[in-house]
Design a protein around this ligand. Structure first.
Ligand code: 9PG
Length: 535
């Protein structure tokens, strides 16, 4: 039986009085915990020993791109501790634990059940597995200031014992309701510029593909990274981009398409106009200097994070997105969202990282309007529930299968097709219960690719089985009759509706989807591939 929660201060001990209430919800135990402190304190975390022991589980990483893999408690990948701090903190809810312990961030699916947080409104949560297999729950307060006289209510925890697949689906349903998941919208049929053109895309490329896509029933034309003036400047195009975005959006509309656009709303490049004009808008380190949220050589190096606890920053974000909407865009892919949750200091010292992120996401939604289609990416998943329509749940797909170049211990989170396929399959139960699951793009082009025909099919079939959210990301003029016939089959047979995993920890992963079951051979996913569909 679990005991009393513990509270950990940033500097030394904190005393608190806890109130714990337990109830039975959908076959599991729901824990509602609140506390009051006896003196003003900066809180690191609250922890609860679960007196449970696991031997196999899914390591479920912090955000869209983090590691998602079936593993054992001792497989801590100690080399992870050597990766740069910004990278560890981007990939794990507690990046400072990298290489020492594994966790299910937000939830843990294990050999005899599922444990998870039902909400991410107040804090990020992690289910920590120590190398011996003992588990505890942690609510991360990130140093937030807490005051006596206020009752703090933790995001609820849910603990269920039973079949891993069944408890996983039940957990996704209970937490989705707790976070008021949005009603699923019809599956978009989309084209995205990234995985063929990458940063080297032009308005002419967009127009060429828009025409071909719309002719084949693919209507959303999503312009990815490469159009913007700079990271953080989302209302002006760069010098090489000859066309104003409002004009390009109207060109897309004119051929029958729906204009879509990529942005990274919480980032500001070092030395860019936002960081220079408003240094006070940035999340900072202990030394008062801006926190490096990430390093991206393609963009020019260090990238900072906006402090989304500031009303002026939230206003800037909302008005930026209202402008993009006025330009004609109604489909928005917002990326690198973890930056709003960067570790560091913010104007509102009572705010946790989770609250900062949630406020930033709400500001984007306020700017685009309730009816625009919003796709989250690089985001702690539960934070987006109730705000986004769809969410990326894996690392980037690529025109090659196995990763090339990564920080040691983090090979599962490097760009590579297998790192899109595996995590998407293991997160399939989130589809429709949390949001429309985005398993990343389908790549069918027969040229400019190192994927074998079989690997291309595995990517596409994984997208169909896990959600039916099909986004093509090829230069469409490379398609012949065979590719278009397959696109047509994918679109006409994709099905909405919830997904279940028969045994999430098995070597053959069976994904249940409406009237179908697709089996991924796990060993092969990480090396070669096979896939069987049993209608
Ligand atoms: C645009 C891309 C695409 C893509 C997104 C995101 O950690 N990384 O090295 C890393 C590399 C690329 C990346 C995310 C993380 O890609 O997922 O679909 O929009 O940005 O720059």
């Amino acid at each position: 039986m679990p005991t009393e929660p513990h509270i950990h201060g940033i500097n030394g001990s904190v005393t608190a009085n806890f109130a714990v209430r337990r109830s039975v919800v959908q076959g599991g135990t729901r824990w509602d915990i609140s506390f009051r402190v006896t003196q003003t304190s900066h809180i690191d975390r609250v922890s609860l020993d679960l007196h449970d022991h696991v031997s196999r589980f899914i390591e479920n990483g912090f955000q869209s791109w983090s590691a998602v893999r079936v593993t054992t408690p001792d497989d801590v990948k100690s080399a992870r501790a050597e990766a740069p701090r910004w990278f560890r903190r981007q990939m794990m809810a507690d990046g400072d634990d990298a290489g020492r312990r594994l966790s299910g961030d937000t939830y843990l699916v294990h050999d005899h059940g599922t444990i998870g947080f039902l909400a991410a409104r107040e804090t990020f949560g992690r289910i920590v597995v120590d190398p011996a297999g003992d588990v505890r729950a942690e609510w991360l307060f990130d140093g937030a200031l807490v005051t006596p006289g206020i009752t703090y209510t933790l995001d609820p925890l849910w603990v269920a014992t039973g079949d891993p697949g069944a408890t996983y689906s039940a957990y996704a349903a209970v937490s989705g309701r707790e976070m008021s998941a949005r009603a699923p919208r019809p599956l978009p049929r989309a084209w995205c510029s990234w995985y063929h053109y990458f940063g080297d895309v032009s308005p002419a490329d967009i127009r060429e593909n828009a025409r071909l896509a719309v002719d084949h029933g693919v209507t959303v034309i999503q312009i990815d990274d490469g159009w913007q003036k700079a990271i953080g400047e989302w209302t002006t195009v760069n010098d090489a981009w000859s066309t104003p975005m409002a004009e390009l959006a109207s060109d897309i509309t004119a051929v029958g398409g729906t204009p879509g656009i990529w942005t990274a709303p919480f980032l500001a490049i070092d030395n860019g106009s936002v960081a220079t004009a408003h240094p006070e808008w940035l999340v900072t380190n202990d030394d008062g200097r801006p926190t490096t949220a990430l390093v991206h050589e393609g963009w020019g190096g260090k990238v900072f994070a906006l402090d989304t606890t500031r009303p002026d920053v939230l206003h800037h974000i909302s008005s930026t997105f209202a402008t993009l909407r006025e330009h004609g865009f109604t489909y928005f892919k917002i990326d690198f969202l973890h930056a709003a949750a960067a570790v560091g200091h913010r104007a509102d010292r009572t705010a946790t990282r989770a609250r900062a992120l949630r406020q930033g996401l709400a500001a984007v939604r306020a700017g685009i309007g309730d009816d625009a289609y919003l796709v989250g990416c690089g985001c702690p998943l539960l934070s987006g529930v109730g705000i986004v329509d769809a969410m990326r749940v894996s690392m980037d797909v690529a025109p090659y299968w196995v990763p090339r170049g990564f920080f040691e211990g983090f090979e599962d989170v490097a760009v590579a097709a297998r790192n899109a396929v595996g995590p998407s399959a293991l997160r399939a139960p989130l589809h429709q219960r949390w949001f429309t699951l985005d398993p990343d793009c389908v790549l069918l082009r027969p040229t400019d690719t190192e994927l074998t025909p079989e690997q291309r099919v595995v990517i596409a079939e994984t997208a169909r089985a896990t959600s039916g959210f099909i986004v093509l990301s090829d230069r469409l003029s490379t398609y012949g009759d065979d590719e278009w016939r397959y696109v047509n089959e994918l679109l006409s047979t994709s099905r909405d509706g919830e997904r279940d995993l028969v045994d999430p920890l098995a070597a053959n992963l069976r994904i249940h989807w409406p009237d179908h079951e697709t089996t991924l051979n796990w060993v092969d996913v990480w090396s070669r591939t096979t896939l069987r569909d049993a209608p």
